[in-house]
Ligand binder design. Structure first.
Ligand code: NDP
Length: 478
């Protein structure tokens, strides 16, 4: 645990690893069974220690083809023919098993991803289970959703490393509820919880081929997107890869949803409750080390309270505990990979070179693993790269404004449009601002709140389509 300046120190409270059983190597999950891949293997590491956790099969084109064929058979013969009320039973069963095995899932997620156990335990895994419960409820009520009742077929689903299990749930739960079958690829750096989810599918007696998990890197994802027998592509990740996917499927009749990056404005007005706003700013950018597509990475603070807000923000940041993700006291865990750490360092250096002032919370970084201290940049202008590009790390850019109109103009001055936050005492101002912000999700006097019943998705380069809620069914029905 790193040293901090606080009035007292917390004793270490590490969660035990004994509950997880990490195998030395993993194959692919195809047609209800774990099978060897035909391609190479790669290693997944614990980003907090750089310890190699396991060898993972890298699915090649042939493996992807086998997985798509298994999904097609399961779709034609079983899943699309099953009444919604029967599909719901499987989804309820999966939801319950996730809840029963929640500690195991949370510990494994924190080991493979680097996120603090209090987040994987209290945020990720409970929402994962809730997501399956929620869509289980829809499975026999699709005709009331207003998007048609027919499934699309086989869905190729590609997810990133920031919320491995949660993104899996956002993709798989609605697809299965609507009667589709899936081939899902977790990110290269975080495959372990998806493979544990495969075991959960076996435990739930899910018919073989309804869910297939293929591990691998970008090439595996490309093979999935290009496969001629895939009916639907669902992707969460970077805008560049999203654009490449859109190009690949152009001219085909494949349906697609893309959930890409963001550069959200978190807007604090002078009448906001400042201490609560500071908590919201911290949650907005330091939750999950800032590896959050909807992170509040641009703080827009009204000029008259800027000094006060920054003073309290720095004081609060100095109390954040950075260190062992499995320690229940940890607030800020490890950066997910060496590549991501290099990107955060590079963009932070650019911020300094462009003239912004850098301040990092005083903390000692562990000697092994990938770490970055919570950091803010002041004197940031809209032209700075740290104000325009997604850093995807614990780095906040601070800008100021004088009038609501200026706040709207600055907030919308981004190629993205995924989320935004508003902090003010006035309900009327919340509604007026929310109407003017070009963002898929607008939080008022809170931030980073997720609920399975609430749709999520973006405008502009943040992608298209919605996940979650009734709206999330549209992507899987015709
Ligand atoms: P990517 O977009 O490369 O990764 C997302 C997923 O797509 C992964 O499963 C990845 O596999 C896969 N993939 C990569 N290339 C292709 C391809 N050509 N066709 C199909 N699938 C592909 O994100 P990165 O991990 O490289 O992160 C880079 C940046 O993207 C981050 O710094 C951040 O700014 C942004 N990002 C945004 C996310 C969001 O939620 N909006 C999530 C993750 C990243 P693999 O991991 O094996 O390479």
């Amino acid at each position: 645990m790193a040293k901090r300046t606080t009035t007292f120190e917390y004793a270490p409270a590490p969660e035990s690893r004994a509950i997880v059983d990490i195998k030395p190597s993993y194959g692919l999950f195809v047609n209800g069974e774990f099978v060897d891949g035909h391609g190479k293997a790669f290693k997944t590491v614990n980003p907090a220690t750089e310890e190699v956790l396991a060898e993972i099969a890298e699915a090649d084109d042939h493996d992807v083809d086998l997985a798509v064929k298994a999904a097609r058979r399961a779709y034609d013969r079983v899943w699309s023919k099953m009444p919604g009320s029967e599909r719901a039973k499987y989804l309820y069963r999966i939801a319950r098993i996730i809840a029963e095995r929640s500690r195991e899932l949370a510990v494994l997620e924190s080991i493979d991803n680097g996120k603090p156990i209090k987040e994987s335990r209290d945020v990720d895994v409970p929402i994962v289970s809730a997501h399956f419960f929620y869509y289980a409820g829809w499975a026999d009520k699709l005709k009331y959703a207003g998007y048609g009742e027919q499934p699309l077929g086989v869905a190729a689903q590609i997810i990133p490393w920031n919320f491995p299990l949660l993104m899996l749930a956002w993709k798989i739960a609605p697809a299965l509820a609507c009667g589709n079958t899936v081939v899902l690829k977790p990110a290269e750096t975080t495959p372990l919880t998806a493979l544990l989810f495969a075991e959960i599918c076996q435990q739930a007696d899910l018919p073989p081929g309804v869910v297939n998990i293929v591990t691998g890197a970008g090439g595996t994802g490309q093979a999935m997107v290009a496969h001629p027998d895939v009916d639907k592509v669902a992707f969460t990740g970077s805008t560049d890869v999203g654009k490449a996917i859109a190009r690949t499927i152009a001219g085909t009749d494949k349906r697609v949803t893309l959930e890409l990056g963001g550069k959200a404005a978190n807007i604090v007005f002078d009448d906001a409750p400042i201490d609560q706003a500071v908590e919201g700013i911290v949650n907005g950018i330091f939750f999950n080390q800032g590896h959050v597509c909807c992170a509040g990475s641009r703080l827009l603070v009204q000029e008259s309270v800027a000094e006060d807000v920054l003073h309290r923000l720095k004081r609060r940041m100095a109390t954040l505990r950075l260190g062992d993700p499995l320690d229940k006291n940890t607030d800020v865990g490890a950066i997910n990979s060496a590549e991501q750490l290099a990107r955060i360092r590079e963009l932070s250096a650019v911020g300094e070179a462009e003239g912004a002032e850098r301040w990092s919370a005083p903390c000692e970084l562990p000697s092994h693993g990938y770490w970055f201290a919570p950091t803010i940049f002041t004197d940031v202008t809209q032209a700075h790269r740290i104000a325009r590009e997604e850093v995807f790390g614990p780095v906040l850019s601070v800008l100021t404004f004088r009038t609501p109109a200026e706040a709207v103009a600055k907030a919308n001055n981004t190629p993205y449009g995924l989320s935004a936050g508003i902090w003010t005492d006035k309900g009327s101002r919340i509604l007026k601002m929310a109407n003017q912000l070009r963002a898929g999700v607008v939080w008022a006097n809170t931030f980073n709140k997720f609920d399975p019943a609430s749709p999520f998705g973006g405008y502009k380069e943040s992608g298209y389509g919605r996940e979650g809620g009734r709206h999330g069914l549209e992507a899987y029905l015709r």
